[in-house]
Design a protein around this ligand. Structure first.
Ligand SMILES: C[S@@+](CC[C@H](N)C(=O)[O-])C[C@H]1O[C@@H](n2cnc3c(N)ncnc32)[C@H](O)[C@@H]1O
Length: 445
């Protein structure tokens, strides 16, 4: 028979395979008939039966149906929402193995994209694996056919909200309130017009910020105040853009803050401001960054993407002077207030867009500095790094939330600017997620 005329065999919807490695987003990677397949819920070394979710030209996506032989690092995921909720992707992997996988991902990106290898590896920075999330954005959806309101993180594969009764990675004070929050939103006059609730937890108080798309009725305000009073949680309302947030309960809501006790610093923040998610890991990250920068009393330092001064103010305690640069004017104002509140007189803050590579003059002007700290968003810091003077600062500490851009920027620092990548390591800022936070130290040759 002419083989071209043969009917194509139907593609099976399920198959069994052995998982070879873990992808950077926490899925098991296997090959079936030579084609890569990324399998949710599967771990390296395991034999699994999986179903195809979709097929692409160069790879397929699947989800594990049955673990035929579990790998040595598999553990039962403690959260009943694991798998459905998009918040965590690695609860089924032993925490130490999660950290190993993150270090491996970092090493691969540095080698592959950056063409660099750290001279030494820093010990991983770790903190509590549960109850660590002090900032979160919860979604809310009114689903009348289910008889109510869902509150939680986005579901893993869909745009739905995974309805959570509790969340073991969320600060316990807030996790314990999830069922009551659902009931509260359902009791408001506009349950379908409250798309999100932001969570912020400080050392002494916690806050919830309700985004509302229509004006709230007096009775709604009463319900929200009563909720705040009953659960001792500040209630804030956001009727429009970020600057519209206002406190509802208590009348005089005290400012939230967290402490950096080793440096005798308190960082005050508004409930929607950026703060590092994991308090314990942040404290260690600040200590490690400062130890690596090795600041002396005659040094000057620059802190790019400085936010509220989380690294700037501890650095100010150790150097002659430090300049922090940040795009968001509200955070720059907050950083200045934090400097004043902590009696720090040698830190200056400036607002500037550090991705604006077109500007001929760098936003730090002609300031010369000995030490540089970088803590950019996922897009990295290449634009700012390219504006560095020559010779550049003696030491650079780079805190990264995305190894791909850290690797790209390392390639430039090492191969174009003559720095050594003296050390690098991961920080477990977001246990049970595939998010890789890391720190790298560059030393001028
Ligand atoms: C990862 S956060 C770090 C903040 C601070 N270092 C901390 O530890 O809290 C990144 C910061 O970069 C700021 N940012 C984002 N885009 C920026 C830009 N184009 N120019 C300057 N800063 C920017 C954000 O507002 C945010 O404060």
């Amino acid at each position: 028979m002419n083989p071209n005329k043969m009917a194509a065999a139907p593609t099976p919807d399920a198959a069994a395979t052995t998982v070879e490695s873990l992808s950077h987003d926490g899925r098991g990677v296997a090959h079936v008939g030579g084609k890569a397949v990324f399998i949710e819920g599967a771990l390296p070394g395991e034999e699994v039966r999986f179903r195809y979710l979709n097929r692409r030209r160069r790879y397929d996506n699947g989800a594990a149906l049955e673990i035929l032989s579990p790998g040595p690092d598999r553990v039962p995921p403690p959260c009943p929402h694991f798998g459905a909720c998009g918040g965590c992707s690695l609860q089924h992997l032993r925490p130490e193995a999660q950290i190993r996988a993150k270090q491996q991902a970092l090493a691969e990106q540095l080698r592959g994209i950056g063409k660099v290898q750290p001279e030494s590896w820093l010990a991983p920075v770790t903190g509590p694996a549960w109850g660590y999330r002090r900032r979160a954005r919860l979604g809310a959806r009114f689903v009348p056919k289910n008889g109510g309101v869902l509150v939680g993180f986005r579901a893993r594969r869909r745009s739905f909200i995974a309805n959570l009764d509790a969340c073991p990675v969320l600060e316990p004070r807030i996790s314990g309130l999830l069922p009551q929050l659902r009931a509260l939103v359902a009791a408001l006059s506009c349950p379908d017009r409250i798309p999100q609730i932001e969570v912020a937890v400080g050392a002494d108080a916690a806050a919830l910020v309700f985004r509302h798309l229509v004006p709230l009725a007096d009775r709604d305000l009463e319900l929200l105040r009563a909720f705040g009073a009953r659960h001792t949680v500040q209630i804030h309302l956001q009727g429009g853009g970020p600057e519209s947030v206002r406190a509802l309960w208590p009348d005089e809501a005290p400012a939230l803050f967290y402490r950096l006790p080793e440096h005798d610093i308190k960082i005050y923040f508004r409930p929607t401001d950026f703060i590092q998610i994991n308090d314990q890991v942040n404290r260690q990250a600040v200590a490690q960054a400062i130890a690596l920068l090795d600041p002396g009393p005659r040094d000057t330092a620059l802190d790019l993407f400085c936010g509220l001064g989380n690294f700037t103010l501890p650095l100010a305690r150790r150097v002659q002077g430090v300049l922090g640069i940040e795009a968001e004017p509200g955070l720059v104002e907050g950083a200045r207030r934090n400097a004043a509140a902590n009696g720090v007189a040698n830190a200056e803050f400036r607002a500037a867009n550090l991705y604006d590579a077109v500007s001929a003059a760098p936003p730090w002007g002609d300031l010369r500095f000995d030490k540089l700290l970088l803590d950019p968003p996922r897009s990295g810091a290449i634009e700012a790094i390219k504006l560095l003077p020559s010779p550049g600062p003696e030491r650079i500490v780079y805190i990264s939330c995305y190894p791909v851009t850290l690797a790209r920027d390392s390639e430039y620092l090492v191969h174009a600017r003559g720095y050594r990548l003296a050390a690098a390591g991961v920080m477990d800022m977001f246990p049970h997620t595939s998010h890789v936070e890391s720190m790298a130290m560059f030393v001028r040759e």
